[in-house]
Design a protein around this ligand. Sequence first.
Ligand code: PHE
Length: 445
Amino acid sequence: MASNRGEFSSSLGFIMAAAGSAIGLGNIWGFPTQTAQNGGAAFVLMYLILAFLVGYPLLMAEFVIGRHTRSNPVGAYQKMKGGKNFVPAGFIGILTSSLILSFYSIIAGTMMAHFVEPIFRLLGANAIADWCISNDPIRNITFTTIFFLLTISIITGGVKSGIEKWSSRLMPALLVMLIMLTIYVLTLNGAGEGVKIYLLPDFKKAFTGELLLGALGQSFFSLSLGVGTMLVYGSYISNKENLPRLGILVTLADVGIAFLAGLMIIPAIYVAANAGTQIFDEGGNLISGPNLVFQVLPEVFKIMGGLGIPAAIIFFLLMSVAALTSSISMLEVPVAYMVDAGKASRKTATWVIGGIFWIVGLIIAFGGDAILNMVVSLTTQYSQPLLGLVICVFIGWVAHRNTIIEEIKKGSPDIENTFFMKTWPFFVKFISPLLILIVFLKQFF
Ligand code: PHE
């Protein structure tokens, strides 16, 4: 049975796919944005701490459940002892992953539009170029649809010749582009000021509820946790693989890329300031979100002169690629459920589910910012941390300890007395759920 589901062909292939899922708009847009909003380095620090204390243990929990059951979130809870009561959480995870796909594709579509804009301009097609960066609803529909079609076409290819193949091609390209841009931005006038803000923490801000919640949400979103993505990818890992090691590599890649993206974007904001652009909003906060990406950064590209056009093309291509290797992982969750439950072939499941959430995406796009913000906060601020909590409770308190240890031992027989085995069980049982709960409840007080 398991062999029909597909399996990643090597550790590298898996790392590319899982890092591809983790590294996305959350790293390259969300992380720098949140850092800017929360006073720089203090946020960076809390994010790093939470990514390792909560994110990594949870990532491991998802890998273990996934590989042990070789199933999707619903099937996994159905198969494991004591999991029956958790099945609804499995369904909520699948729904959340699909909803994230819907709004993510709108933003990714906008990135693609900004990627092709300078190309059309170079070709002299100025009218089309203007349209690409306009607010025309047809523009949104067009690019969201193209992005959905790309996502669907990769997922119909399956685990090896879809997910693994494309992640392995796109992720190295992403890394090269990001490093090139970061180095270049750091040589521009004014970048130094941004580096300072980014790296020197203002500890007064480190423990505010808002910052902590932002940092926790960021680590969940960035590592694709709670909604079953990593569980499903874990279900395609071969028994030979060493799960704790894979988990650490994926976490390091994710955190590393977020850090690098911040090191490019925060200094870029100060490069724009140096050239006279307004970089603070009315509230006195550093500009962030869409204004940052679609207003401040284009100013920076202008300052770059002749190199501005290639830099803009590379930047928005980078964003689009990062988004695509993440969106495929979101679609894979409901598709795996349909296929595992015998409800449809991979191809049919992909087109049907892709089609449904494409329509949901268009509805969100037309609903305007209020609807978009509601879906974003429902899925990422509430659903993801709460589902993460449920997974900790299941693995830490309900599932049989031996089952879990045996699963981890499959690919790492010598794990018994390692640092990992001495700490991880304690973390998933106490530390991670407690931290999630504290940070989550803090927002209500
Ligand atoms: N990790 C992705 C990002 O940082 C987003 C994501 C969330 C992917 C949930 C899958 C599931 O952009």
